[in-house]
Write a new protein. Structure first.
Ligand code: OAD
Length: 242
């Protein structure tokens, strides 16, 4: 399943980076966004995942995030998350970049994570930006509010918003310095995250994609390994430590 080139590149790699998307959490039971069963088939992002929508109807947006938080609270990391957490100790420099907000990489033990789209477990005030990790869930009638009176929102990135600058810079630095770069479980259509594998490739990394189907970047990467991340990644780690 793994090419001799990939194994050889990994054995000599000083810097390895991994970009993950919703597909890494699919086998934990977290729905992906695109595809037949994806969230964006059933829900409209323009009503739920942008700031104007939140100001128009914060209750609806909170219901949607509480629904997603409920799912995330019920599930556990899968073998793919654990394999990535193991990879952190296999290379001199390892960077994990995720578009996911589900916190499952942290639960699997990954230490250093660049969360490009925020984290669904964190919240912040729209007025003063105070962060709230623990917060009573918004209910039907009462919207969560900050000490300052401002509305509290989930600390995630919505469409039209900029990504956290430090995480973004570190992610691009990581991509540019990688010897091997993995793009795992992402359709690679949402920018700027989708540019990371291409940037890595441009700077000389060996770029490998792991996905159940070809994606927007399959033509550009060095290898596409077709299959479930939770099955492929543990086998890859096994191969590296044998
Ligand atoms: P998508 O839903 O666009 O893509 C998920 C990818 O995972 C698809 O390419 C699937 O083929 C693949 N996949 C599904 N199951 C898999 C499995 N078991 N193993 C490996 N791959 C699998 O999700 P993302 O690419 O993460 O942003 O989407 C990027 C962003 O778009 C999200 O972060 C979110 C969304 O709108 C915001 O909300 C800002």
């Amino acid at each position: 399943m793994f090419s001799a080139m990939l194994i050889s590149r990994l054995r000599s790699a000083k810097t390895v980076s991994v970009l993950t998307g919703a597909g890494i959490s699919a086998e934990s039971g977290v729905p992906t966004f695109r595809g037949e069963e994806g969230l964006w088939q059933k829900f409209r992002p323009e009503e739920l995942a942008n700031f104007d929508a939140f100001l128009r109807n914060p209750k609806l947006v909170w219901e949607w995030y509480n629904y997603r938080k409920h799912i995330v609270n019920q599930v556990a990391p899968n073998a793919g998350h654990y394999a990535i957490s193991k990879m952190e100790s296999l290379f001199p420099h390892f960077h994990l970049i995720t578009q996911n907000v589900d916190d499952l990489h942290r639960k699997a033990g990954s230490k250093q994570i660049y969360e490009l789209h925020g984290n669904i477990m964190r919240n912040r005030c729209v007025d003063c930006s105070k962060h709230y990790n623990e917060m009573p869930e918004a209910d039907q009638d009462v919207l969560p509010r900050c000490d300052c009176g401002g509305l509290i929102r989930p600390d995630v990135v919505w469409f039209g918003e900029t990504l956290p600058p430090l995480e973004l810079k570190r992610s691009f630095d990581a991509a540019r310095s990688s010897d091997v770069f993995f793009s795992i479980g992402t359709s690679a259509v949402v920018q700027p995250a989708a540019s990371l594998p291409l940037e890595a490739k441009h700077e000389g990394a060996y770029v490998v994609e792991i996905n159940i189907e070809p994606t927007a970047i399959s033509h550009y990467v060095d290898e596409t390994i077709l299959g479930k991340a939770a099955e492929i990644l543990p086998q890859l780690v096994e191969k590296l430590i044998e």
